[in-house]
Unconditional design. Sequence first.
Lengths: 294, 537
Amino acid sequence: MHPAIRTDHLTKRYGPLLALDDLDLTVTAGEVFGFLGPNGAGKSTTIRLLLGLARPTAGQAWIFGTPAADVATAHQRIAYVPADVTLWPQLTGAEILELLGATGPGVDVAYRDELVARFALDLSKPGRAYSTGNRQKVALVAAFATRAPLLVLDEPTAGLDPLMEREFRRAVVEASDAGSTVFLSSHQLAEVEAVCDRVGILRAGRLVDVATITELRRLHRTEVLVRFAGPAPELTGVEGIDGVQVDGAALRFALTGPPGPALRALAAADVTTLTMREPTLEEIFLDYYGESGR
Amino acid sequence: MSTTGSVDGGTAGAAVTRLALRQVRRGALGMSGLAAGTTAIVVAGYEATAGTALDAAALAALAENPAVRTLFGEPFALDTPGGFTVWRTGTVLAVLLSVWGVLATARITRGEEESGRWDLLLAGRLAVPAVLGRHLAVLCVAVVSAGAATGVVLVAAGTPPAGAVRYSGGLALVALFAVSTALLSAQVMPTRAGASGLALAVLGVGLLARMVGDGVAALGWLRWLSPYGLLALTRPYHEDRLLPLLVLAGAAVVPGAAALVLARRRDVRAGLVAAPTGRQPRRWLLGTVEEFAVRRMLRPLAGWSAGIGAYFLLIGLLASSMTRFLSDNPRFAELAGQAGFTELGSVRGYTSSLFVLLAVPVGIFVVVRLAEFVAAETDGRLTSLYAQPVSRSRLLTAETLATLAGVAALLTVAAMATWLGTYLVNAPLPLPAALAGTWNVLPVVLLCLGAGLLALGWLPRATAAVGASPAVGGFLLQVLADSADLPGWVSVISPFTHLAAVPAESPGWTASLVMVGIAVVAAALGRFGHRRRDLLG
């Protein structure tokens, strides 16, 4: 079985700007893949290349084994929600859904009606009268209603309120349960954390890491808070421990990698409580990009 | 407020003025150059034309032809370089300047507001009337410069300053009327297309009123109601009247002032006419990309059909006044025959010289459709269709075929309107002859389509300019070549030179096939480029 998405040395230059550098990525069928990176890292460029909207400078991409450039075939299995949805101003929401349903890879009308109700979408308005969030809802309903094997979503919740974001997550889970692959580019790290199996992290056009969220956490620093009675445990030089702060009968440090050596060092002390907090995706994200951004 | 670095109102206003200036400077320079250049070539070539092709008497007789009058207006002082230049280029330049004025005004005011870019601007310290006022001022300077450039050329060529001032002032005032009407319609209509459509309709009615007034003596007063008519009534280099200019100035000031007053009474992004907030879905023509291309074209096509239909109905209605003129002036047919205008006197000859003109509006229709396709790609409206399981070639083919169907409709409407007009005044032109005449311009329209597609594939932002060049550039070249003593190759590159006067003559099949061949090659190259390039936006 072909992977949902495969890229091989995919590269895109815009004049002197290297927007995407030698991307090798495989997204297996059925997984929910989060695509992270700061603004300008190349996320939208990657998506435009995957959809055949832009032509690669070098390398190639395949959608379920079909070259991405063969859009008439590849798009039979794709539904797409762009980051910035522009609707035909004179068509109403209902007419836009009709057009996209009729020209698209297929449509589950009953599910579409259900999504319209769940997203509380007023379909009688013309496109020009929709707010940013409502334009996005039209595009999301159209995409999910296709039941396409691959959903490519580029920052789909940027304009949604928290209630609608919850509906979005439900729809992603439903799509995933039905066997669809979801490729989700997002800045909403809580959302990626909630729905994604794996994430790819892009920085300045290069893929710096691909891992499950659990793996990412393990690779990153866990914050440990230890309260103790008696003398403070001796942690100097212990493997994986960093930034020790002693505050009376409490001690705080950051742990990277396996916890064994740290636990052995703590065993010698009279520990009363031990709290370990895993890093949020946001903290991991900031670790990758630091203060300087990209 | 006295914090350091605060910006006073004057600086904010100057920033808005600079913004408006940046958005129109290129077009304004182009318009000034076009107005001055055309005028210079015609006035310089006057001696050659008047001296060799026709003597003054022949020229005067030719100018008495209602067909020619319908086109270029009532002729005066054709025996002077100034009078001849005004007659030959006045209407064309007035129409070009005013249409540019409308499109530029709608683009930089309602267009910017509709796109939401003015939200940021209007969140600053300037209110809508102040921002509009500054845009209006910049547009006024732009069109007045074009008028002034014409005047400078005419004075430099040695024509009497009084006539040059009347004429160039009149040109500028017609364009000012267009700008201020467009500004008013931009307050009324909530969309750019609606605003420019309404203002262009006003100009179109004005042009028709001028033509009827010039062609039918009893309705001469209609010209007082039209900006183009008022310009003609000034009669530069002949009577140098002032009253029509004063009326025109008043007509130009009123809509602009009304626009600034009305701007206070509306919300940002809204027009006085509210956009409908909801309606029942109309599901027809949404099933395939081909159907959708047709659906998007229908409304503009209705507008173009109405305009072109009205123009050619008028042409048909004027046919009888022309035949009457001929029976009164037997000398005319003789003169025209000597000058190579065979059969200009007959209904067929008269209509065929006007059918050739049809290539310009229909060519522009084609280019506007292609430019709209590029605009939809750039602003992301087409993204959802490009993401469907539909190849790029099929989308472009759908758009091309829909446009061709629109062309067929427009050519047929023009023929039927002419036929109806001639039928009503008892100077019948058979419908097949009318259809042969209008469809004869198809090769030039196809050249526009081919050039537009070529640009769409390789240089999409230049689609409108490149696509319009065969029709608009070719027509201007031919006008210049007719009026001035230009080298032969200049007129050879204009497609109009190769267009036979159908139905007076039989169609020039060879030239037509060559033009169609060039168009097909250009279109194929354009489609190849479109398939390979990155999409915009």
